[in-house]
Design a protein around this ligand. Structure first.
Ligand SMILES: Nc1ncnc2c1ncn2[C@@H]1O[C@H](COP(=O)(O)OP(=O)(O)OP(=O)(O)O)[C@@H](O)[C@H]1O
Ligand SMILES: [Mg+2]
Length: 339
């Protein structure tokens, strides 16, 4: 069971899920709700108690913002697969695509021009009245667990608009706090994919990360990427001064090509410069990632976890998701650790 990181035999799994194998099907296919039931029963909690706790939950979801100053290192691939892994494990996930390139949106098979409402509209609002979020949210799975606020190239116009807005750094936090009730009841975790570089929109989401105390960053162990990491650290220090709260880095090494001399050298520099911040998992360089977005037929696009679920890359992504759930304290109402 790579989703849970547990070795359980099929009979026990089926009993814990509360499901039955459909007639004629060789293997049981577990849906996110089955995975949630399995995790609940393994923790000694009834799935009904979890549902009841969800209905009255007031704790904000965990927030995972992915940032990197350099482009093309795999932010979107990692964030979308992380969202998918957590949803397939039975966590209720909201993914916000905060990059006008809309790669996360496309990777989930959504054509950008069909959707106009994007997160920029919500960032520019003021006041305490909750937003009507339903018109912004696109469900990705039939049975829930993975929702998306898609992006659109028009989101880019939010950047100049924010520059002339007072308190622009707090705008993502204001959005979350005024929608606190809806978000707490419906989601266990919010993930945000941001644009490369440092823009007013990405700074607002970095500020939001003070609620969790860290952001996720993705690097390749090569020279220009290490310099980009220093630039991100500088920006983070500025945002921390404003938030008056620490915001740490959780660093994921992506496209890892172990054994190459210059890679080993740069990895040594990375661990020396950012001790204790490098996650204990790496994502290997794999061709599976390049097959995710089909530019000629966007609706057929899918993250690695759905397109190549039995690949080595998928295994490492599940491992990564388990590490992240613990690092960012992703919990669910009704489970003991949820306080
Ligand atoms: N582990 C990997 N192995 C091989 N290719 C990868 C891996 N991760 C990502 N890629 C590829 O690298 C390219 C950039 O990936 P992605 O779009 O996820 O990066 P990004 O940092 O979000 O880019 P941008 O800065 O434009 O937002 C894509 O072609 C993707 O398929
Ligand atoms: Mg991207």
């Amino acid at each position: 069971m790579s989703l849970l990181g547990l070795e359980l035999n099929n009979k026990r799994l089926m009993r814990l899920s509360g499901g039955e194998k459909p007639e004629g099907q060789r293997q049981m296919k577990y849906k996110p709700q089955d995975m949630l039931n399995i995790r609940a029963r393994l923790a000694g909690i009834s799935p009904e108690a979890v549902q009841e706790a969800m209905a009255v939950n007031a704790k904000l979801p965990a927030i995972i913002v992915t940032r990197m100053t350099k482009g093309g290192i795999g932010k979107t691939s990692i964030t979308v697969n992380l969202a998918t892994a957590l949803a397939l494990s039975g966590y209720r996930v909201l993914l916000i695509d905060a990059d006008p390139q809309a790669s996360a949106t496309n990777m989930l098979g959504i054509e950008t021009e069909t959707y106009h409402p994007h997160i920029g509209t919500l960032l520019l609002k003021s006041g305490d009245k909750p937003d009507e979020l339903r018109e912004f949210i696109v469900p990705i799975f039939e049975d829930g667990f993975l929702d998306l606020i898609p992006s659109d190239v028009e989101l880019d116009s939010t950047n100049p608009a924010l520059i002339v807005t007072m308190g622009r750094e707090q705008k993502a936090e204001e959005f979350v706090l005024r929608n606190r009730e809806f978000l707490s009841k419906n989601y266990d975790v919010i993930l945000v994919d941001t644009t490369p570089g440092t823009t007013p929109v990405s700074v607002a989401f970095t500020y939001l990360a003070h609620l969790t105390g860290k952001i996720l960053t993705v690097v390749e162990p090569e020279g220009s990427c290490l310099r980009a990491l220093d630039a991100l650290q500088f920006n983070l220090e500025e945002v921390q001064k404003l938030a008056k709260r620490p915001i740490d880095l959780a660093i994921l090494v992506n496209k890892a090509q172990i054994g190459r001399k210059h890679v080993e050298h740069n990895y040594a520099i990375l661990t020396k410069s950012y001790p204790n911040r490098i996650l204990p998992v790496q994502i290997p360089h794999s061709i599976a990632f390049t097959r995710q977005i089909n530019a000629d037929d966007v609706p057929s696009s899918m993250p690695v976890l759905l397109k190549d679920p039995n690949s080595k890359a998928a295994d490492s992504l599940y491992h990564f998701a388990r590490v992240i759930a613990s690092e960012f304290n992703v919990t669910q109402p009704g489970f003991v650790a949820n306080s």
